[in-house]
Write a protein that binds this ligand. Structure first.
Ligand code: ACM
Length: 552
C-alpha cells in the first residue's frame, strides 16, 4: 500500500511537472527529474564531433546576448558540470532527432545529426529563466525527441511590404526556435520585384518601387502618394541564405509566374501579351502618378496583365532562374502559379494560335504548358518545383510538389496523383487572418485563432495511409498587404506560430490543447523576455468559442 502510494506520488509529480515543461513544440517524450543544474561561468560547452561548432556558437551567443554569460567552447572536458554536444545513432528517418538530458552534474545533448543537436540546443535554451543572471538554474529532465513532419515552413511576402535584412534574420530565428526548417521567401509580386537580377537591372530599378500604396482595407480610403519599395542585393541574399543554413533552415525562393507579374512587366513590357497597353488601374482606387504605360501596382488583388507564353518570356525566365539557382542551394524553387487570370491569353491571337499548335484544350492547358516548360528547365538544372494548387488545373507538371492553399482539396488530389504536397489551407494556415473578433488593426479578413491553428492536422482524413505519405508537412503563409511594419508581422505570427510548431513537430497522440495552453502562458513570458510583439487575443473571452472540427 505504501509502495502504491509512493508510486502514485511519483506519478502525479511526473505528470504535474511534465505539464509545466516550458518546451514548445512539446517533445515526443519528456520526463522531468527532481533537482536542478546550475549553468554559470564555470560551465563549458564541449563539442564531441565535428560539425557541432555551429550549435555550440549559437548557444554561446544566446547566453552572452541575453544574460551576459560567456561560456567557453572546447572539444574535451576534464571535469563534470559541462554542456556536452555529441552524436548518437537514433536512426530516425527525418533529420532532427535528439536527446537532451539535464543531470545534477551536467547537460548532454545527443543528436542523430547536426540538425538534431541544434534542436537539442533549442530545447535547452527554453529551460533558462527569464531573468538576467550569470548563474542559471535549469530543471533536471530527460527529453527524447523527433519531428513528425519533414517540411515545417513559414512563408513571408516581402513584396506587398518590404522588410529589412535584419528583420529577415530575426524571422529566421523565430523559425529556428520553433524547430521549423523552411523559410519560403515570396520575392516577386504585382506590387514589387525584390530580388536583384544582374542581367535585368530594370526588374529592381523599375519593378522594385511603386508610386503609392492604398490606405486602409481595399479599396481603401486613399493613396499614400509616396514612392515605396526596395530590394535585396545578391550579396544580401547570400547573407540571408547562409544565416538560415547556420540554423539548419532551407530558404526556398518564390518567383511568381505566369500571374502576379505586374512589377516584372512594368520593367520589361515585352513580357506582356500586350506590351503597348497601359496597366489597368482598378476602378474605385486612388492612384498616384502616371496611369499610362506599364505600372507597378499600388493596390491589392489579382491583375489581368500576366506573362505571355512567348519564347521571349521563357528566355527571360530561364536567365532569371540561372541567377536564382546560383543564390539558393535549396532543393526546391517555388514558381507560384496561383491566381493567373486568363483574359489576356483569351484576347491574344498569339496565345490562341499556340493553344492550337500545341493541341492544348484551353487557357488552363496553356497554363499547364507554361508551368511544364519552366519545370523542365529547372529539373534540367537539378531543381524541383513547388507551385500553388492552381498548377493542378490543366494537368500537373510531372515532378511538381503542390502547395495546397484553397483548402485541402488540391493537396488531396495531388497526393492521390502521387505528387508531394505541402498543406497551407487558408482556414488554418493563413496568418494574415485576424486572430480576434475585436481586431484593432486592419487585416485581410478571415478569423483564425491560435486554438484553431493548434487543431489542424496536415494529414487530411480523405487520404489513405499510402497517399498520406505524400504530405511532406505544412506551412503558414504571411501575406503582407496589411502588415506595413515588422511589429505587425510579429503580432500576426505570434502566438499562432508556436501552435503551428506543435502541429508539425509533436506526435499526434501527444498533442493536447489544454497542455499547450499552460505552456502558452509561459511562451508569452518568453516573447516578453525576447522583446517580440504578439497578439493577446487569447485572453479576450470573445475568442473563447468552441473550435469546430468541421473543415470549411
Ligand atoms: C495565394 O494565397 N494566392 C497563394
Amino acid at each position: 500500500m505504501k509502495n502504491l502510494f509512493l508510486a502514485f506520488c511519483l506519478f502525479t509529480s511526473i505528470i504535474s511537472t511534465a505539464q509545466e515543461s516550458p518546451i514548445i513544440p512539446q517533445p515526443a517524450s519528456l520526463k522531468m527529474g527532481n533537482g536542478n543544474f546550475l549553468v554559470n561561468n564555470k560551465t563549458n560547452i564541449v563539442t564531441k564531433g565535428s560539425g557541432l561548432e555551429k550549435s555550440a556558437k549559437f548557444l554561446q551567443a544566446y547566453l552572452k546576448k541575453m544574460y551576459g554569460l560567456v561560456l567557453p567552447i572546447s572539444t574535451s572536458s576534464k571535469n563534470d558540470g559541462n554542456i556536452i554536444l555529441s552524436y548518437a545513432r537514433l536512426d530516425y528517418p527525418i533529420a532532427g532527432a535528439y536527446q537532451l538530458e539535464v543531470k545534477n552534474n551536467g547537460v548532454i545533448i545527443e543528436g542523430d545529426n547536426e540538425t538534431g543537436v541544434f534542436y537539442g540546443v533549442q530545447s535547452l535554451i527554453q529551460l533558462f529563466p527569464f531573468t538576467k543572471s550569470t548563474s542559471l538554474n535549469i530543471p533536471q529532465l530527460m527529453v527524447k525527441d523527433q519531428p513528425r513532419f519533414a517540411y515545417r515552413g513559414m512563408h513571408l511576402d516581402v513584396a506587398r511590404h518590404f522588410f529589412p535584412v535584419d528583420f529577415l534574420k530575426k524571422y529566421i530565428d523565430f523559425i529556428a526556435m520553433h524547430k521549423m526548417n523552411t523559410f519560403h521567401w515570396h520575392l516577386t509580386e504585382d506590387q514589387g520585384w525584390r530580388i536583384e537580377i544582374k542581367q535585368y537591372p530594370r526588374l529592381t530599378e523599375i519593378g522594385g518601387f511603386r508610386n503609392g500604396t492604398t490606405i486602409g482595407r481595399y479599396p481603401g480610403t486613399g493613396n499614400t502618394n509616396t514612392r515605396y519599395g526596395g530590394f535585396y542585393t545578391q550579396a544580401q541574399i547570400k547573407e540571408i541564405v547562409q544565416y538560415a543554413a547556420d540554423r539548419y533552415i532551407e530558404v526556398i525562393p518564390e518567383i511568381e509566374l505566369p500571374g502576379h507579374s505586374s512589377a516584372a512587366i512594368a520593367a520589361y513590357p515585352e513580357l506582356s501579351c500586350f506590351p503597348d497597353s497601359s496597366t489597368k488601374v482598378p476602378a474605385k482606387i486612388a492612384w498616384n502618378g502616371s496611369t499610362t504605360g506599364k505600372q507597378v501596382q499600388q493596390t491589392w488583388g489579382v491583375f489581368e496583365d500576366v506573362f505571355a507564353p512567348t519564347e521571349t518570356t521563357f528566355k527571360f525566365l530561364e536567365n532569371v532562374f540561372d541567377e536564382v539557382i546560383q543564390l539558393f542551394p535549396s532543393k526546391y524553387i517555388h514558381i507560384g502559379g496561383d491566381e493567373c487570370p486568363k483574359e489576356a491569353w483569351k484576347k491574344s491571337a498569339f496565345c490562341q494560335q499556340l493553344i492550337k499548335e500545341k493541341g492544348l484544350k484551353d487557357e488552363h492547358g496553356l497554363q499547364s504548358y507554361f508551368i511544364q516548360r519552366v519545370e523542365k528547365y529547372l529539373n534540367s538544372k537539378g531543381k524541383q518545383i513547388i507551385g500553388w494548387d492552381e498548377i493542378l488545373e490543366g494537368g500537373l507538371a510531372p515532378n511538381a510538389t503542390v502547395m495546397s492553399w484553397r483548402g485541402e482539396q488540391g493537396g488531396i488530389e495531388a497526393a492521390k496523383q502521387k505528387h508531394n504536397v505541402i498543406m497551407t489551407p487558408g482556414g488554418w494556415m493563413y496568418f494574415d487572418h485576424k486572430q480576434t473578433k475585436n481586431e484593432d488593426s486592419v487585416t485581410i479578413g478571415g478569423y483564425t485563432t491560435v486554438q484553431k491553428v493548434y487543431s489542424y492536422d496536415p494529414i487530411p482524413k480523405a487520404l489513405s495511409a499510402e497517399d498520406a505519405k505524400y504530405v511532406l508537412g505544412a506551412q503558414a503563409n504571411v501575406w503582407t498587404e496589411y502588415m506595413t511594419n515588422t511589429s505587425k508581422v510579429e503580432y500576426q505570427i505570434f502566438p499562432r506560430m508556436s501552435a503551428l510548431s506543435e502541429v508539425l513537430w509533436t506526435p499526434k497522440e501527444q498533442k493536447s490543447w489544454p497542455n499547450f495552453e499552460k505552456r502558452l502562458l509561459n511562451q508569452f513570458k518568453r516573447f516578453d523576455w525576447l522583446g517580440f510583439n504578439y497578439s493577446k487575443a487569447y485572453f479576450d473571452p470573445a475568442n473563447n468559442t468552441p473550435i469546430t472540427t468541421k473543415k470549411p
